[in-house]
Design a protein around this ligand. Structure first.
Ligand code: ARG
Length: 577
Protein backbone atom coordinates (compact mmCIF):
# COMPACT_ATOMS: atom_id res chain seq x y z
CA UNK A 1 0.00 0.00 0.00
CA UNK A 2 1.22 3.42 -0.89
CA UNK A 3 0.31 6.12 1.61
CA UNK A 4 0.20 8.92 -0.86
CA UNK A 5 -2.31 7.08 -3.04
CA UNK A 6 -4.54 6.32 -0.06
CA UNK A 7 -4.62 10.01 0.84
CA UNK A 8 -5.22 11.09 -2.75
CA UNK A 9 -8.06 8.66 -3.23
CA UNK A 10 -9.82 9.74 -0.08
CA UNK A 11 -9.45 13.44 -0.84
CA UNK A 12 -10.63 12.87 -4.41
CA UNK A 13 -13.78 11.17 -3.15
CA UNK A 14 -14.63 14.16 -0.98
CA UNK A 15 -13.81 16.90 -3.44
CA UNK A 16 -14.41 15.85 -7.04
CA UNK A 17 -10.81 16.66 -7.99
CA UNK A 18 -9.32 13.86 -10.09
CA UNK A 19 -7.08 11.49 -8.11
CA UNK A 20 -4.03 12.12 -10.27
CA UNK A 21 -4.30 15.82 -9.71
CA UNK A 22 -4.62 15.44 -5.94
CA UNK A 23 -1.66 13.11 -6.00
CA UNK A 24 0.47 15.73 -7.69
CA UNK A 25 -0.57 18.44 -5.25
CA UNK A 26 0.31 16.49 -2.13
CA UNK A 27 3.46 17.82 -0.51
CA UNK A 28 5.97 16.45 1.94
CA UNK A 29 6.15 19.13 4.67
CA UNK A 30 9.59 20.52 5.44
CA UNK A 31 9.22 19.80 9.17
CA UNK A 32 7.95 16.62 10.77
CA UNK A 33 5.66 18.57 13.16
CA UNK A 34 3.63 19.61 10.11
CA UNK A 35 2.91 16.01 9.28
CA UNK A 36 4.24 13.41 6.86
CA UNK A 37 2.07 14.59 3.98
CA UNK A 38 0.17 17.82 3.40
CA UNK A 39 -2.56 18.83 1.01
CA UNK A 40 -2.91 22.54 0.15
CA UNK A 41 -6.61 23.44 -0.13
CA UNK A 42 -6.27 26.52 -2.37
CA UNK A 43 -7.45 24.64 -5.42
CA UNK A 44 -10.82 23.95 -3.76
CA UNK A 45 -11.65 27.59 -2.98
CA UNK A 46 -13.25 28.33 -6.30
CA UNK A 47 -15.49 25.29 -6.60
CA UNK A 48 -16.48 25.26 -2.93
CA UNK A 49 -16.90 29.05 -2.67
CA UNK A 50 -15.05 29.15 0.64
CA UNK A 51 -11.70 30.31 1.96
CA UNK A 52 -9.00 27.59 1.82
CA UNK A 53 -8.46 27.71 5.59
CA UNK A 54 -12.17 27.11 6.25
CA UNK A 55 -12.20 24.20 3.82
CA UNK A 56 -9.17 22.58 5.47
CA UNK A 57 -10.71 22.91 8.93
CA UNK A 58 -13.92 21.26 7.70
CA UNK A 59 -12.12 18.45 5.91
CA UNK A 60 -9.90 17.74 8.91
CA UNK A 61 -12.98 16.52 10.77
CA UNK A 62 -13.92 13.96 8.14
CA UNK A 63 -13.46 10.40 9.41
CA UNK A 64 -12.79 8.91 5.99
CA UNK A 65 -9.51 10.80 5.66
CA UNK A 66 -8.10 8.90 8.63
CA UNK A 67 -8.23 5.69 6.59
CA UNK A 68 -9.07 3.40 9.48
CA UNK A 69 -6.55 4.90 11.85
CA UNK A 70 -3.67 4.98 9.42
CA UNK A 71 -3.41 8.76 9.77
CA UNK A 72 -4.12 11.57 12.20
CA UNK A 73 -5.41 14.55 10.29
CA UNK A 74 -5.01 18.17 11.42
CA UNK A 75 -5.58 21.47 9.70
CA UNK A 76 -3.04 24.29 9.78
CA UNK A 77 -4.16 27.37 7.86
CA UNK A 78 -4.97 26.38 4.28
CA UNK A 79 -3.16 23.05 4.70
CA UNK A 80 -4.51 19.70 5.63
CA UNK A 81 -1.72 17.81 7.38
CA UNK A 82 -1.56 14.04 7.57
CA UNK A 83 0.41 12.34 10.34
CA UNK A 84 1.19 8.74 9.82
CA UNK A 85 0.43 6.57 12.83
CA UNK A 86 4.01 5.41 13.42
CA UNK A 87 3.04 2.26 15.16
CA UNK A 88 0.68 1.04 12.44
CA UNK A 89 3.17 2.20 9.83
CA UNK A 90 6.11 0.25 11.25
CA UNK A 91 4.08 -2.84 11.76
CA UNK A 92 2.59 -2.77 8.27
CA UNK A 93 5.81 -2.07 6.35
CA UNK A 94 8.06 -4.43 8.26
CA UNK A 95 5.70 -7.36 8.15
CA UNK A 96 5.11 -6.95 4.44
CA UNK A 97 8.83 -6.75 3.69
CA UNK A 98 9.78 -9.72 5.80
CA UNK A 99 7.00 -11.81 4.36
CA UNK A 100 8.22 -11.06 0.81
CA UNK A 101 11.91 -11.50 1.73
CA UNK A 102 14.45 -10.41 -0.85
CA UNK A 103 11.75 -10.56 -3.54
CA UNK A 104 10.18 -7.47 -2.00
CA UNK A 105 9.10 -4.87 -4.54
CA UNK A 106 7.56 -7.36 -6.93
CA UNK A 107 4.16 -6.58 -8.37
CA UNK A 108 1.74 -7.65 -11.05
CA UNK A 109 1.81 -4.29 -12.74
CA UNK A 110 3.27 -5.76 -15.92
CA UNK A 111 1.28 -8.96 -16.10
CA UNK A 112 0.76 -10.09 -19.69
CA UNK A 113 2.93 -7.34 -21.17
CA UNK A 114 6.05 -8.00 -23.23
CA UNK A 115 8.98 -5.68 -22.82
CA UNK A 116 12.12 -5.97 -24.92
CA UNK A 117 15.24 -4.52 -23.39
CA UNK A 118 18.01 -4.25 -25.94
CA UNK A 119 21.33 -3.54 -24.29
CA UNK A 120 25.08 -4.02 -24.48
CA UNK A 121 25.21 -4.62 -28.27
CA UNK A 122 28.99 -4.35 -28.68
CA UNK A 123 30.71 -4.54 -32.04
CA UNK A 124 32.40 -7.85 -32.60
CA UNK A 125 36.14 -7.97 -33.15
CA UNK A 126 36.41 -4.74 -31.14
CA UNK A 127 37.49 -4.28 -27.53
CA UNK A 128 34.74 -4.13 -24.90
CA UNK A 129 35.32 -0.78 -23.30
CA UNK A 130 33.89 1.15 -20.39
CA UNK A 131 31.30 2.85 -22.62
CA UNK A 132 29.80 -0.54 -23.51
CA UNK A 133 29.70 -1.27 -19.82
CA UNK A 134 27.28 1.64 -19.37
CA UNK A 135 24.62 0.15 -21.66
CA UNK A 136 25.36 -3.33 -20.31
CA UNK A 137 24.90 -2.39 -16.66
CA UNK A 138 22.02 0.03 -17.17
CA UNK A 139 20.20 -2.39 -19.45
CA UNK A 140 20.67 -5.35 -17.12
CA UNK A 141 19.28 -3.30 -14.26
CA UNK A 142 16.25 -2.12 -16.26
CA UNK A 143 15.58 -5.69 -17.37
CA UNK A 144 15.65 -6.88 -13.76
CA UNK A 145 13.41 -4.00 -12.66
CA UNK A 146 10.78 -4.70 -15.33
CA UNK A 147 10.98 -8.37 -14.53
CA UNK A 148 10.37 -7.67 -10.84
CA UNK A 149 7.28 -5.67 -11.79
CA UNK A 150 5.80 -8.68 -13.52
CA UNK A 151 6.55 -7.81 -17.15
CA UNK A 152 7.63 -10.53 -19.49
CA UNK A 153 11.13 -9.32 -20.32
CA UNK A 154 13.11 -10.27 -23.41
CA UNK A 155 16.80 -9.38 -23.21
CA UNK A 156 18.34 -8.76 -26.61
CA UNK A 157 21.93 -8.15 -27.60
CA UNK A 158 21.95 -6.43 -31.00
CA UNK A 159 25.57 -7.29 -31.78
CA UNK A 160 27.40 -5.12 -34.27
CA UNK A 161 28.33 -8.10 -36.40
CA UNK A 162 27.79 -6.80 -39.88
CA UNK A 163 29.04 -4.22 -42.31
CA UNK A 164 31.90 -3.40 -44.60
CA UNK A 165 34.46 -3.67 -41.79
CA UNK A 166 34.11 -7.45 -41.97
CA UNK A 167 35.26 -7.38 -45.56
CA UNK A 168 38.33 -5.52 -44.31
CA UNK A 169 38.94 -8.04 -41.55
CA UNK A 170 38.75 -10.93 -43.99
CA UNK A 171 41.25 -9.30 -46.31
CA UNK A 172 43.53 -8.39 -43.40
CA UNK A 173 43.36 -11.84 -41.86
CA UNK A 174 44.30 -13.53 -45.11
CA UNK A 175 47.30 -11.26 -45.46
CA UNK A 176 48.61 -10.88 -41.92
CA UNK A 177 46.51 -13.02 -39.59
CA UNK A 178 48.26 -15.06 -36.93
CA UNK A 179 46.22 -18.12 -36.04
CA UNK A 180 47.93 -18.68 -32.72
CA UNK A 181 47.53 -15.08 -31.59
CA UNK A 182 43.90 -15.25 -32.62
CA UNK A 183 43.32 -18.26 -30.40
CA UNK A 184 45.07 -16.70 -27.44
CA UNK A 185 43.69 -13.19 -27.53
CA UNK A 186 41.18 -12.91 -30.36
CA UNK A 187 40.06 -9.33 -29.88
CA UNK A 188 43.57 -7.94 -29.74
CA UNK A 189 44.65 -9.89 -32.78
CA UNK A 190 41.61 -8.76 -34.75
CA UNK A 191 42.21 -5.20 -33.63
CA UNK A 192 45.86 -5.45 -34.66
CA UNK A 193 45.10 -6.57 -38.20
CA UNK A 194 42.23 -4.08 -38.51
CA UNK A 195 44.53 -1.21 -37.60
CA UNK A 196 47.17 -2.56 -39.96
CA UNK A 197 44.61 -2.70 -42.75
CA UNK A 198 43.95 1.02 -42.42
CA UNK A 199 47.65 1.86 -42.35
CA UNK A 200 48.43 -0.27 -45.37
CA UNK A 201 45.38 0.85 -47.31
CA UNK A 202 46.69 4.40 -47.31
CA UNK A 203 49.56 3.18 -49.50
CA UNK A 204 47.70 0.50 -51.38
CA UNK A 205 44.11 1.39 -52.33
CA UNK A 206 43.57 -2.04 -53.90
CA UNK A 207 43.13 -3.36 -50.37
CA UNK A 208 39.85 -1.46 -50.16
CA UNK A 209 38.66 -3.13 -53.35
CA UNK A 210 39.53 -6.53 -51.97
CA UNK A 211 37.65 -5.69 -48.76
CA UNK A 212 34.56 -4.60 -50.69
CA UNK A 213 34.72 -7.76 -52.73
CA UNK A 214 35.01 -9.89 -49.60
CA UNK A 215 32.05 -8.17 -47.99
CA UNK A 216 30.00 -8.72 -51.14
CA UNK A 217 30.89 -12.41 -51.02
CA UNK A 218 29.94 -12.49 -47.37
CA UNK A 219 26.55 -10.94 -48.15
CA UNK A 220 26.03 -13.51 -50.89
CA UNK A 221 26.79 -16.26 -48.43
CA UNK A 222 30.05 -17.57 -49.97
CA UNK A 223 31.19 -20.38 -47.67
CA UNK A 224 34.83 -19.37 -47.12
CA UNK A 225 34.08 -15.75 -46.27
CA UNK A 226 31.14 -16.77 -44.16
CA UNK A 227 33.25 -19.27 -42.21
CA UNK A 228 35.86 -16.63 -41.40
CA UNK A 229 33.22 -14.15 -40.33
CA UNK A 230 31.60 -16.82 -38.18
CA UNK A 231 34.94 -17.57 -36.58
CA UNK A 232 35.54 -13.91 -35.71
CA UNK A 233 32.02 -13.65 -34.34
CA UNK A 234 32.24 -16.81 -32.23
CA UNK A 235 35.62 -15.85 -30.82
CA UNK A 236 34.44 -12.38 -29.89
CA UNK A 237 31.37 -13.80 -28.22
CA UNK A 238 33.52 -16.05 -26.05
CA UNK A 239 35.31 -12.95 -24.78
CA UNK A 240 32.10 -10.95 -24.26
CA UNK A 241 30.36 -13.83 -22.53
CA UNK A 242 33.18 -14.11 -20.03
CA UNK A 243 32.51 -10.52 -19.03
CA UNK A 244 28.75 -11.05 -18.91
CA UNK A 245 29.17 -14.15 -16.75
CA UNK A 246 31.45 -12.32 -14.40
CA UNK A 247 28.76 -9.66 -13.92
CA UNK A 248 25.86 -12.12 -13.73
CA UNK A 249 24.33 -10.89 -16.98
CA UNK A 250 22.52 -12.99 -19.54
CA UNK A 251 20.60 -12.52 -22.78
CA UNK A 252 17.70 -14.26 -24.42
CA UNK A 253 19.31 -13.82 -27.79
CA UNK A 254 22.24 -12.39 -29.66
CA UNK A 255 20.45 -11.51 -32.87
CA UNK A 256 22.95 -9.04 -34.16
CA UNK A 257 22.80 -6.83 -37.20
CA UNK A 258 23.67 -9.74 -39.49
CA UNK A 259 20.50 -11.51 -38.43
CA UNK A 260 18.39 -8.84 -40.11
CA UNK A 261 20.30 -8.42 -43.35
CA UNK A 262 18.11 -10.78 -45.38
CA UNK A 263 14.98 -9.05 -44.11
CA UNK A 264 15.90 -5.77 -45.69
CA UNK A 265 14.48 -6.44 -49.16
CA UNK A 266 11.07 -6.81 -47.52
CA UNK A 267 11.52 -3.47 -45.79
CA UNK A 268 12.48 -1.86 -49.09
CA UNK A 269 9.42 -3.36 -50.80
CA UNK A 270 7.13 -2.19 -48.04
CA UNK A 271 8.50 1.36 -48.14
CA UNK A 272 8.22 1.34 -51.93
CA UNK A 273 4.62 0.13 -51.88
CA UNK A 274 3.74 2.94 -49.54
CA UNK A 275 5.48 5.39 -51.84
CA UNK A 276 7.91 6.52 -49.18
CA UNK A 277 11.25 5.77 -50.83
CA UNK A 278 12.84 8.59 -52.77
CA UNK A 279 16.11 8.87 -54.57
CA UNK A 280 18.61 11.34 -53.23
CA UNK A 281 22.15 11.58 -54.59
CA UNK A 282 21.94 7.98 -55.72
CA UNK A 283 20.79 6.67 -52.34
CA UNK A 284 17.27 5.54 -51.41
CA UNK A 285 15.92 7.61 -48.55
CA UNK A 286 12.74 8.31 -46.62
CA UNK A 287 12.17 12.02 -46.13
CA UNK A 288 11.18 13.06 -42.63
CA UNK A 289 10.57 16.80 -43.01
CA UNK A 290 7.26 16.64 -41.14
CA UNK A 291 9.10 15.27 -38.10
CA UNK A 292 11.73 17.98 -38.38
CA UNK A 293 14.37 15.36 -39.05
CA UNK A 294 16.91 14.81 -41.81
CA UNK A 295 16.08 12.05 -44.34
CA UNK A 296 16.77 8.47 -43.26
CA UNK A 297 18.99 6.55 -45.69
CA UNK A 298 17.68 3.06 -46.39
CA UNK A 299 19.99 1.90 -49.18
CA UNK A 300 23.34 3.42 -50.02
CA UNK A 301 24.13 4.48 -53.57
CA UNK A 302 25.88 1.15 -54.22
CA UNK A 303 22.70 -0.64 -53.16
CA UNK A 304 24.11 -2.01 -49.89
CA UNK A 305 22.21 -1.86 -46.64
CA UNK A 306 23.05 0.29 -43.70
CA UNK A 307 22.77 0.46 -39.91
CA UNK A 308 19.39 2.23 -40.00
CA UNK A 309 17.78 -0.21 -42.41
CA UNK A 310 18.84 -3.11 -40.21
CA UNK A 311 17.23 -1.39 -37.23
CA UNK A 312 13.99 -0.89 -39.14
CA UNK A 313 13.97 -4.56 -40.11
CA UNK A 314 14.66 -5.53 -36.53
CA UNK A 315 11.68 -3.61 -35.16
CA UNK A 316 9.34 -5.35 -37.60
CA UNK A 317 10.85 -8.69 -36.62
CA UNK A 318 10.52 -7.93 -32.92
CA UNK A 319 6.89 -6.91 -33.31
CA UNK A 320 6.12 -10.07 -35.24
CA UNK A 321 8.05 -12.38 -32.92
CA UNK A 322 7.42 -10.89 -29.48
CA UNK A 323 4.41 -8.62 -30.03
CA UNK A 324 6.11 -6.15 -27.72
CA UNK A 325 4.27 -3.62 -25.61
CA UNK A 326 7.53 -1.75 -25.20
CA UNK A 327 10.81 -1.96 -27.07
CA UNK A 328 13.61 -0.29 -25.14
CA UNK A 329 17.02 0.62 -26.60
CA UNK A 330 19.75 1.30 -24.10
CA UNK A 331 22.22 3.10 -26.33
CA UNK A 332 24.41 6.20 -25.82
CA UNK A 333 23.00 9.68 -26.33
CA UNK A 334 25.03 10.29 -29.54
CA UNK A 335 22.65 7.87 -31.32
CA UNK A 336 19.51 9.80 -30.32
CA UNK A 337 19.00 11.19 -33.82
CA UNK A 338 19.43 7.76 -35.39
CA UNK A 339 16.64 6.30 -33.26
CA UNK A 340 14.34 9.26 -33.86
CA UNK A 341 14.77 8.70 -37.59
CA UNK A 342 14.23 4.96 -37.40
CA UNK A 343 11.09 5.28 -35.25
CA UNK A 344 9.75 8.06 -37.48
CA UNK A 345 10.20 6.05 -40.68
CA UNK A 346 8.03 3.33 -39.18
CA UNK A 347 5.52 5.82 -37.87
CA UNK A 348 5.30 7.36 -41.32
CA UNK A 349 4.76 3.90 -42.80
CA UNK A 350 1.78 3.48 -40.48
CA UNK A 351 3.26 1.22 -37.79
CA UNK A 352 1.85 2.31 -34.46
CA UNK A 353 4.34 0.09 -32.63
CA UNK A 354 6.83 2.89 -33.33
CA UNK A 355 5.17 4.76 -30.46
CA UNK A 356 6.21 1.98 -28.11
CA UNK A 357 9.87 2.15 -29.03
CA UNK A 358 11.99 4.08 -26.57
CA UNK A 359 15.59 5.19 -26.79
CA UNK A 360 17.15 5.28 -23.32
CA UNK A 361 20.35 7.30 -23.60
CA UNK A 362 23.25 7.80 -21.22
CA UNK A 363 26.27 10.00 -20.73
CA UNK A 364 30.02 9.55 -20.97
CA UNK A 365 32.50 7.77 -18.76
CA UNK A 366 35.40 9.68 -17.25
CA UNK A 367 38.22 8.94 -14.83
CA UNK A 368 39.66 10.99 -12.01
CA UNK A 369 43.20 10.24 -10.87
CA UNK A 370 43.14 6.75 -12.31
CA UNK A 371 45.79 5.58 -14.67
CA UNK A 372 45.03 2.78 -17.09
CA UNK A 373 46.98 1.41 -19.93
CA UNK A 374 44.74 2.46 -22.80
CA UNK A 375 44.65 1.25 -26.38
CA UNK A 376 43.39 2.67 -29.60
CA UNK A 377 42.28 6.21 -28.83
CA UNK A 378 42.25 6.21 -25.03
CA UNK A 379 39.87 3.32 -24.68
CA UNK A 380 39.75 1.79 -21.20
CA UNK A 381 38.75 -1.84 -21.28
CA UNK A 382 36.03 -3.00 -18.93
CA UNK A 383 38.12 -5.99 -17.99
CA UNK A 384 41.00 -3.79 -16.87
CA UNK A 385 38.62 -1.66 -14.80
CA UNK A 386 37.05 -4.70 -13.16
CA UNK A 387 40.41 -6.25 -12.37
CA UNK A 388 41.77 -3.06 -10.88
CA UNK A 389 38.64 -2.58 -8.78
CA UNK A 390 38.81 -6.12 -7.46
CA UNK A 391 42.48 -5.76 -6.62
CA UNK A 392 41.97 -2.47 -4.76
CA UNK A 393 38.98 -3.88 -2.91
CA UNK A 394 41.05 -6.85 -1.87
CA UNK A 395 43.59 -4.56 -0.21
CA UNK A 396 40.86 -2.85 1.81
CA UNK A 397 39.30 -6.14 2.84
CA UNK A 398 42.60 -7.62 3.94
CA UNK A 399 43.26 -4.50 5.99
CA UNK A 400 39.81 -4.60 7.61
CA UNK A 401 40.18 -8.29 8.21
CA UNK A 402 43.43 -7.69 10.11
CA UNK A 403 42.06 -4.68 11.98
CA UNK A 404 39.01 -6.52 13.20
CA UNK A 405 40.98 -9.61 14.04
CA UNK A 406 38.83 -11.68 11.71
CA UNK A 407 40.06 -14.91 10.31
CA UNK A 408 38.94 -15.10 6.72
CA UNK A 409 40.68 -17.56 4.43
CA UNK A 410 42.39 -16.43 1.24
CA UNK A 411 39.58 -18.04 -0.70
CA UNK A 412 36.90 -16.16 1.21
CA UNK A 413 38.79 -12.92 0.73
CA UNK A 414 39.07 -13.55 -3.02
CA UNK A 415 35.39 -14.27 -3.35
CA UNK A 416 34.36 -11.21 -1.37
CA UNK A 417 36.82 -8.95 -3.21
CA UNK A 418 35.49 -10.15 -6.57
CA UNK A 419 31.88 -9.40 -5.64
CA UNK A 420 32.53 -6.11 -3.88
CA UNK A 421 34.99 -4.92 -6.53
CA UNK A 422 32.58 -5.63 -9.36
CA UNK A 423 29.76 -4.18 -7.27
CA UNK A 424 31.73 -0.97 -6.86
CA UNK A 425 32.07 -0.62 -10.64
CA UNK A 426 28.42 -1.43 -11.33
CA UNK A 427 27.21 0.93 -8.64
CA UNK A 428 29.16 3.84 -10.12
CA UNK A 429 27.12 3.44 -13.30
CA UNK A 430 23.77 3.40 -11.55
CA UNK A 431 24.18 5.81 -8.69
CA UNK A 432 23.34 8.99 -10.63
CA UNK A 433 20.89 10.00 -13.34
CA UNK A 434 21.91 8.15 -16.49
CA UNK A 435 22.25 11.22 -18.69
CA UNK A 436 24.97 12.65 -16.49
CA UNK A 437 28.57 11.83 -17.32
CA UNK A 438 30.03 9.52 -14.72
CA UNK A 439 33.38 9.97 -13.11
CA UNK A 440 35.27 7.02 -11.71
CA UNK A 441 37.51 7.61 -8.73
CA UNK A 442 38.79 5.03 -6.30
CA UNK A 443 37.95 7.37 -3.44
CA UNK A 444 34.24 7.38 -4.25
CA UNK A 445 33.97 3.80 -5.46
CA UNK A 446 35.64 2.27 -2.47
CA UNK A 447 34.42 4.65 0.21
CA UNK A 448 33.08 2.28 2.84
CA UNK A 449 31.21 5.19 4.46
CA UNK A 450 29.77 6.95 1.43
CA UNK A 451 27.32 6.41 -1.39
CA UNK A 452 29.06 3.32 -2.76
CA UNK A 453 28.48 -0.38 -3.27
CA UNK A 454 30.92 -1.34 -0.50
CA UNK A 455 28.95 0.84 1.93
CA UNK A 456 25.63 -0.80 1.04
CA UNK A 457 27.14 -4.27 0.89
CA UNK A 458 28.89 -3.74 4.19
CA UNK A 459 25.66 -2.58 5.83
CA UNK A 460 23.99 -5.72 4.53
CA UNK A 461 26.79 -7.97 5.78
CA UNK A 462 26.79 -6.26 9.16
CA UNK A 463 23.06 -6.91 9.57
CA UNK A 464 23.51 -10.53 8.58
CA UNK A 465 26.14 -10.88 11.24
CA UNK A 466 23.80 -9.32 13.86
CA UNK A 467 21.11 -11.80 12.87
CA UNK A 468 23.57 -14.72 13.12
CA UNK A 469 24.71 -13.55 16.53
CA UNK A 470 21.12 -13.20 17.72
CA UNK A 471 20.23 -16.63 16.54
CA UNK A 472 23.23 -18.07 18.42
CA UNK A 473 21.68 -16.65 21.58
CA UNK A 474 18.27 -18.00 20.61
CA UNK A 475 16.67 -14.68 19.64
CA UNK A 476 14.79 -14.36 16.38
CA UNK A 477 13.04 -11.43 14.78
CA UNK A 478 9.38 -10.93 15.58
CA UNK A 479 6.54 -11.03 13.10
CA UNK A 480 3.91 -10.09 15.67
CA UNK A 481 2.22 -6.83 14.57
CA UNK A 482 1.82 -5.55 18.10
CA UNK A 483 5.52 -6.13 18.83
CA UNK A 484 6.54 -4.42 15.58
CA UNK A 485 4.27 -1.51 16.51
CA UNK A 486 6.77 -0.53 19.19
CA UNK A 487 9.25 0.72 16.58
CA UNK A 488 8.20 4.34 16.81
CA UNK A 489 11.25 6.28 18.05
CA UNK A 490 12.67 8.89 15.67
CA UNK A 491 15.60 6.64 14.73
CA UNK A 492 13.33 3.72 14.02
CA UNK A 493 10.79 5.83 12.21
CA UNK A 494 13.49 7.16 9.86
CA UNK A 495 14.42 3.62 8.90
CA UNK A 496 10.80 2.63 8.41
CA UNK A 497 10.12 5.67 6.19
CA UNK A 498 13.19 4.90 4.08
CA UNK A 499 12.07 1.29 3.68
CA UNK A 500 8.58 2.42 2.76
CA UNK A 501 9.92 4.31 -0.25
CA UNK A 502 11.35 1.19 -1.87
CA UNK A 503 8.31 -0.26 -3.64
CA UNK A 504 7.41 3.00 -5.26
CA UNK A 505 11.04 3.56 -6.27
CA UNK A 506 11.05 0.33 -8.29
CA UNK A 507 8.00 1.52 -10.22
CA UNK A 508 9.44 4.94 -10.80
CA UNK A 509 12.78 3.52 -11.87
CA UNK A 510 10.89 1.56 -14.53
CA UNK A 511 8.74 4.43 -15.77
CA UNK A 512 11.69 6.84 -16.00
CA UNK A 513 14.27 4.20 -17.04
CA UNK A 514 16.42 5.37 -14.14
CA UNK A 515 17.84 2.68 -11.84
CA UNK A 516 19.28 5.44 -9.70
CA UNK A 517 15.81 6.03 -8.24
CA UNK A 518 16.31 2.64 -6.57
CA UNK A 519 19.95 3.20 -5.64
CA UNK A 520 19.04 6.46 -3.92
CA UNK A 521 16.47 4.73 -1.72
CA UNK A 522 19.03 2.06 -0.83
CA UNK A 523 21.53 4.68 0.23
CA UNK A 524 18.89 6.48 2.32
CA UNK A 525 17.88 3.20 3.91
CA UNK A 526 21.46 2.25 4.75
CA UNK A 527 22.18 5.72 6.14
CA UNK A 528 19.05 5.67 8.31
CA UNK A 529 19.92 2.17 9.45
CA UNK A 530 23.46 3.11 10.42
CA UNK A 531 22.29 6.05 12.56
CA UNK A 532 19.74 3.77 14.19
CA UNK A 533 22.47 1.21 14.78
CA UNK A 534 24.74 3.80 16.38
CA UNK A 535 22.01 5.10 18.66
CA UNK A 536 20.00 2.02 19.61
CA UNK A 537 20.93 -1.29 21.13
CA UNK A 538 19.64 -4.39 19.43
CA UNK A 539 20.97 -7.21 21.57
CA UNK A 540 22.19 -7.40 25.14
CA UNK A 541 21.17 -8.22 28.69
CA UNK A 542 20.01 -4.70 29.38
CA UNK A 543 17.44 -4.65 26.61
CA UNK A 544 13.94 -6.01 26.80
CA UNK A 545 13.52 -9.21 24.80
CA UNK A 546 10.48 -7.92 22.92
CA UNK A 547 12.44 -4.81 21.92
CA UNK A 548 15.26 -7.01 20.69
CA UNK A 549 12.83 -9.03 18.62
CA UNK A 550 11.20 -5.93 17.16
CA UNK A 551 14.55 -4.35 16.31
CA UNK A 552 15.79 -7.57 14.78
CA UNK A 553 12.74 -7.53 12.54
CA UNK A 554 13.68 -4.01 11.51
CA UNK A 555 17.23 -5.23 10.78
CA UNK A 556 15.88 -8.09 8.76
CA UNK A 557 13.65 -5.77 6.74
CA UNK A 558 16.62 -3.54 5.94
CA UNK A 559 18.67 -6.54 4.83
CA UNK A 560 15.81 -7.75 2.64
CA UNK A 561 15.42 -4.38 0.97
CA UNK A 562 19.17 -3.98 0.47
CA UNK A 563 19.47 -7.40 -1.07
CA UNK A 564 16.37 -6.91 -3.24
CA UNK A 565 17.53 -3.49 -4.37
CA UNK A 566 21.16 -4.41 -5.02
CA UNK A 567 19.95 -7.33 -7.10
CA UNK A 568 17.86 -4.93 -9.19
CA UNK A 569 20.97 -2.86 -9.81
CA UNK A 570 22.90 -5.98 -10.83
CA UNK A 571 24.91 -6.37 -7.63
CA UNK A 572 25.30 -9.54 -5.61
CA UNK A 573 25.51 -9.33 -1.82
CA UNK A 574 27.97 -11.12 0.48
CA UNK A 575 27.11 -12.51 3.90
CA UNK A 576 30.25 -11.21 5.55
CA UNK A 577 32.83 -8.64 4.66
N1 ARG B 1 26.76 -1.74 -31.98
C1 ARG B 1 26.42 -0.37 -31.76
C2 ARG B 1 27.61 0.36 -31.15
O1 ARG B 1 28.45 -0.24 -30.52
C3 ARG B 1 25.23 -0.18 -30.86
C4 ARG B 1 23.96 -0.85 -31.33
C5 ARG B 1 22.75 -0.20 -30.76
N2 ARG B 1 21.54 -0.85 -31.08
C6 ARG B 1 20.82 -0.72 -32.19
N3 ARG B 1 19.71 -1.40 -32.32
N4 ARG B 1 21.17 0.11 -33.15
O2 ARG B 1 27.66 1.58 -31.28
Amino acid sequence: MDYRSVISENIAKLTEIPVEQVNKLIEIPPQKDLGDFAFPCFILAKSMHKAPALISSELAGDESLKANGMFNVKNAGPYLNFYIDRSAYASDIISRINKAGDGFGSSEQGKGQNVIVEFSSPNIAKPFHVGHAFTTILGNSLARIYDRLGYNVIRMNHLGDYGTQFGKLITAYRLWGDEKALDEDPINELLRIYVKFHQEAKEDPSLEDSARENFRKLEEGCPEEKALWQKFRDMSLVVFRKLYDRMGISFDNYNGESFYSDRIPAVVDMLNEKGLLEESEGAQVVKLDEYDLPPCIILKSDGTTIYASRDIASILYRKETYDFDKNIYVVGIPQALHFKQVFSVLKKAGYDCADNCVHVGFGLVKFKNMAFSTRDGNIVLLEDLLNAAVEKTREVIVENNNLRGQDMTEEQIDEIAEKVGIGSVIYTYVKSGREKDIVFSWEDMLNFNGNSAPYLMYTYARIRSIIRKASESGIASSSDPSVLGSLTSDDEYEVVSALAAFEDSVKRAASTYEPFVVSRVLFETASAFNSFYNNCRILGDDIDRKDSEARLALCEAVSNVLKAGLYLLGIETVERM
